[in-house]
Design a protein around this ligand. Sequence first.
Ligand code: ATP
Length: 354
Amino acid sequence: MESIRVETVVKQFGGVRALDGVSVEIAPGELFFLLGASGCGKTTLLRCIAGLEIPTSGSIHFGERDVTKLPPHKREAAMVFQSYALWPHLTVGQNVAFGLEERKVPKAEIRIRVAEALDMVKLSGFGDRSIDQMSGGQQQRVSLARALVVKPKCLLLDEPLSNLDAQLRVEMRREIRRIVKENGLTAIYVTHDQEEALAMADRMAVLSNGKIGQLGTPEEIYRTPRSAYVANFIGETNLIEGEVQEFRSGFATVQTGGGPMVGRVSDPNWHPTAGEKVTLSIRPEAWRLGTAQDNHLTGKIVERTYLGQRIQYWIETAIGRQQVVELNPHVIHEPGETPVIVQSRHDDVVVLKA
Ligand code: ATP
């Protein structure tokens, strides 16, 4: 197992600064996710780590080794792409063996290692099939086997599941996590799919404009986003503007257009002062339809979507539409119902810098 350390990496493409001083340390054996809006620099960072791009400045270490300028095949890192990048005219086995043949591994050993790699991705016995006889999910397993066969220390995955249908994607999440953990790999995974990241990651970084916006466990990022960008990007949220009235022991009372609300300040090093403009983030499931207590808004149900185990409502209030998700609801409300009250616990309202 090996750590990956990225130190103040800058990558400039002509006038575009794709990475703007990124530093992050990924622990040995960790499954680490990179997320963020399109163009924020995720792929560029992954490609710098893989050796497919050389940073303009800064350094990258695998364990104690400085790999910043090392070519990809000398890094002991294997990459898995969204497109699978398989050779269509070769069999499954030949595709998996490719990297070993390039490295001049003896034929007998290649046979054993290919069988092991296919076994790891649950494709034992498929070695002689041609690639076009394999489904999309199976092809992605082949590309995983091809990455694993060279016994890398690090696995770099660039949206590996985005070409698969929804059900297969969910199944493959568990498979990839199992493979990473069973093989003691340090893995970095780029995705657009925040649910995939929440479900799979040990930790994740949310990038914004070539910088790390926030880094933490899925729970930390979801429960305590540090900015409206992160709150919006990971999961869905309602954002409400307001002005601080009072701050005490990590909680702020904020005057909003719908009355005062109390929330938890997301950054422990920030002590907002009276009059400071802030934004409140309230997750849809943190709003409860109920009776008037503190931290509430009054409104009218304008839309309802039934989603089986949960119901999503849109509620028009004096300060805009609120999305409310009720899990396992006993009562189903009707669109048009008014007045309705939504209420949230102090701990579920996150106070962010405006
Ligand atoms: P997406 O989610 O759309 O794949 P991303 O977060 O992976 O985006 P990158 O592909 O890393 O973003 O791109 C970051 C920025 O660098 C973008 O503005 C992009 O246009 C630019 N960029 C990336 N590669 C190159 C290149 N080879 N030449 C010029 N500009 C590039």
